[in-house]
Design a protein around this ligand. Structure first.
Ligand code: ADP
Length: 205
């Protein structure tokens, strides 16, 4: 018999948003099922048509590192495709490109209603990110949401002055998750219940 103590699963919460492309393509149920199937429990849900002001709060859109990161992801895609970012953006500076892309992103997430889910479970934050896959669909493996449902690319998106259709948002790390959960859900909108398979999934058998 093992003497190793049983570890309690971490009870993490993460925010997953079905973006306007998912809602419009009627993929919400199908995509949500992937998060449920992996063992994450829905403890909050709401449909919202975000204002620009709220979307900027959600992304904390003035974070310099994040804006630069958006630009860097764009540049990476342009390098991979052998296309010239200067033709689209008039610059190859990641921060300047990031500012433009951040504007496209905010317009995109405000272009229609979204459905936000608060999901709870062991390692919820990393698990949800893994299911979503990398930001650029071209880098997202089959089996991930972005790999399976999107063939959008930054050059096509940016030439149309729009954000990259990536279907879902999932909190990036513990700090972001804590901030986003508080921004989206009041305490009374979060529910505590036991999912039928919880004991079986995490118990010993
Ligand atoms: P993630 O959504 O994977 O956490 P980011 O926070 O970097 O990634 O970006 C947020 C969203 O901004 C992406 O999901 C995508 O919709 C959009 N986006 C990111 N990079 C670009 C880009 N280069 N061009 C257009 N839209 C982008």
């Amino acid at each position: 018999m093992s003497t190793v103590p049983l570890l309690e699963p971490t009870r993490e919460r993460t925010l997953v948003i079905m973006k306007p492309d998912t809602v419009r393509r009627a993929l919400t149920g199908e995509i949500l099922a992937r998060f449920e199937r992996v063992g994450l429990k829905i403890v909050g849900a709401k449909m919202v048509w975000m204002t620009q002001e709220f979307a900027k709060k959600h992304y904390v859109a003035d974070r310099v590192e994040w804006v630069k990161g958006l630009g860097e992801k764009s540049l990476m895609a342009y390098t991979k495709n052998g296309t010239d970012p200067k033709e689209t953006f008039g610059t190859a500076d990641p921060y300047e490109i990031g500012k433009v892309v951040a504007g496209y992103l905010i317009d995109y997430v405000c272009s229609g209603p979204v459905i936000a889910f608060l999901l709870e479970g062991n390692m919820a934050i990393e698990i949800a990110r893994k299911l979503a896959g990398p930001t650029l669909p071209i880098m997202a493996a089959p089996g991930t949401i972005r790999g399976d449902y999107s063939n959008d690319s930054t050059d096509v998106a940016n030439s149309r002055c729009r954000g990259l259709f990536t279907l879902v948002h999932a909190s990036g790390n513990k700090e972001e998750a804590a901030y986003e959960v508080k921004l989206w859900f009041k305490d009374e909108e979060i529910f505590d219940y036991t999912r039928a398979d919880e004991a079986l999934r995490l118990g010993k058998f």
